[in-house]
Design a protein. Structure first.
Lengths: 308, 256
């Protein structure tokens, strides 16, 4: 499957928390009663499944709403029309989502499950495994963008930290879903089962809210930079060069600081939910680490290269 | 037997100690400091100016390296190919390593003539880029200039994002062995330290430790790896401000 990740922010993969909200929180367990015939006798079979509380259409609404909110808070270049920008950016994201059959199937599997397995855990594990398998590619995208820009590397570094944070978020979600779904599977009756699933949803919602807030700031920052570096609508998703001189530095700094603040808040929230979530130490023998470790200890004034 | 012999006081950590801890450098010394701090209940503090210096150093180093890759190395590799009438998009070979050798040679000779800049950054970047490329060529990986530069930037981004996460765990969220201590600086003490030849921001770090010791009467030890500008002045600092400065290895033994 083609991964379309662009500077504009939304990719076919990263929907922030909204796709997980749709798959794990906006669902309700239901019992379905059916009459079956076996050996000439009638039996009543009750199966448990999930139904979605909101239609799939809500993703389109969410994306449009998000783009309206973002573009409502940033200055837009005079060569763009705000309404048309919202339309184009939203359509692009919706199209990516619609093409993401892999993800849609994973969500649909939850609805069609008969609760013999662990459908909710399967969904979050699918999301986590997919994200992890593509993390290297995400860093590559940022590296590529850095090389076609004059923005400092520390800017891109903060974007990669979002990936790390999103990965931590998925890890916490996985642990919570595993625990709650296990407890639900041990429920004596359907009422208790529903109660346990509701408890899971109550516990997941604030974490999803937090990652959504951070994701909004992340997308806003990326959108801001790309919009001001695109000369026309066709360039919106992949401007040829990102020039810091094309953005209003004060506004850029404000948006960047706001994103950093949200990133920090989100990391703090995740750490509160899982105090064991401390990052592994760095491999100090790795070439880049060795070089960087020596370089960072040098006085600032020595960070210069002058040739003949 | 050291336990129970009355180690009372605190450590104020310098930037070099916190960065070493994050980057996994000087591990035996850092591990001893952590063990001493934990087993004798001696807090390890870092002040505002140390936090600011860590942020600044990581950012400056990262931006500097990014620019070297994006501008200097890219330009030189491409220009060298053009001069040799070799396609810029073709796979890299040993000739490209020799082109980089020429580039670094220019830096060394410029430094020899002007004495501007120091050898370490050149040597470190040289070792990093050449080893990186030579390793790929050794493995038979066909890589063009753009992909090579992308790989260098990727490795930097992965590392700096890890540093950012570890810094937040250790300092921002205080989930490790350090505690943040807000100390209001007194310009008279800062100037006094500066007069000993200790420049900013080191004089702010030491002044924070001094002010803490005066304000709390708690024996405070300033812990650093900086031999060139702090530890070589430790006798003068102690004489004038009654604060002891030392390497992490000896920190515990200064709070007796």
């Amino acid at each position: 499957m083609e991964v379309s990740l662009t500077l504009s922010g939304l990719s076919s993969i990263e929907y922030g928390g909204s796709a997980l909200r749709y798959g794990l929180v906006d669902i309700r367990p239901v019992e379905v009663s059916a009459t079956i015939k076996r050996f000439g006798m009638k039996f009543r079979r009750i199966t448990r499944t999930f139904e979605h509380l909101k239609p799939m259409q809500s993703f389109a609404d969410m994306v449009t709403f998000q783009n309206e909110a973002i573009l409502g808070t940033i200055e837009i270049p005079k060569w763009f029309d705000a309404a048309k920008l919202i339309k184009i950016l939203s359509e692009h994201s919706i199209e990516s989502y619609e093409k993401d059959t892999e993800w849609k199937k994973a969500v649909e599997d939850v609805r069609q499950s008969d609760h013999k397995g662990k459908p909710l855990l399967s969904l979050i594990q699918f999301a986590k495994n997919r994200f992890e398998s593509r993390r290297d590619y995400y860093v590559e995208i940022e590296a590529e963008r850095f090389l076609r820009s004059n923005l400092p590397l520390s800017f891109y570094n903060k974007l990669v930290i979002f990936d790390n944070t999103y990965n931590d978020f998925l890890g916490i979600m996985e642990n919570k879903v595993r625990m709650h779904e296990f407890l639900a599977s041990c429920a004596r009756n359907f009422e208790m089962y529903k109660k346990r699933i509701t408890q899971m949803q109550v516990s997941l919602s604030p974490i999803i809210d937090k990652i959504d807030e951070c994701f909004f700031s992340y997308v806003r920052l990326k959108r801001y930079v790309s919009i001001w570096n695109a000369r026309d609508y066709g360039e919106l998703f992949d401007p040829k060069f990102l020039d810091i001189k094309n953005v209003d530095f004060g506004e850029f700094q404000g948006i960047f600081n706001e994103y950093n603040g949200k990133l920090r808040e989100t990391k703090e929230t995740l750490l509160r939910y899982d105090p064991k979530l401390l990052h592994q130490g760095i491999d100090s023998k790795e070439q880049t680490t060795r070089m960087f470790s020596n370089m960072v200890m040098l006085p600032s004034k020595s960070l210069t290269l002058k040739a003949d | 037997m050291l336990s129970g012999t009355g180690f009372v006081g605190c450590f104020f950590l310098d930037t070099s100690v916190v960065l070493s801890s994050i980057l996994g450098q000087n591990t035996p010394r850092i591990e001893k400091l952590k063990k001493d701090s934990s087993s004798h209940n001696i807090p390890c503090y870092i002040c505002d100016s140390v936090q600011q210096e860590i942020d600044k150093k990581v950012k400056e180093t990262s931006d500097f390296l990014g620019n070297v890759v994006r501008e200097t190395i890219k330009y030189h590799l491409e220009e060298s190919r053009k001069k040799r009438n070799v396609s810029v998009s073709g796979p890299m070979t040993s000739d490209d390593i020799l082109a980089l050798e020429g580039l670094f040679y220019c830096f060394y000779s410029a430094r020899k003539k002007t004495r501007v800049g120091l050898a370490p950054p050149i040597a470190l970047i040289e070792e990093w880029t050449i080893s990186f490329l030579a390793e790929m060529l050794d493995k038979g990986v066909k890589i063009d200039i753009d992909s090579f530069l992308r790989e260098l930037v990727k490795s930097l981004l992965k590392l700096t994002s890890e540093i950012g996460d570890l810094y937040d765990d250790l300092v921002t969220f205080q989930k490790g062995f350090v505690k943040v201590k807000n100390v209001t600086l007194d310009s008279r003490i800062v100037s006094g330290v500066e007069m000993l030849g200790i420049h900013k921001p080191d004089c702010d770090h030491i002044a924070s430790a001094i002010i803490h010791q005066i304000g709390t009467t708690e024996k405070t030890v300033f812990v650093t790896f900086d031999f060139n500008s702090i530890l070589d002045q430790r006798d003068a600092i102690q004489k004038q401000f009654s604060i002891e400065c030392c390497d992490p290895l000896y920190a515990l033994h200064h709070v007796v």
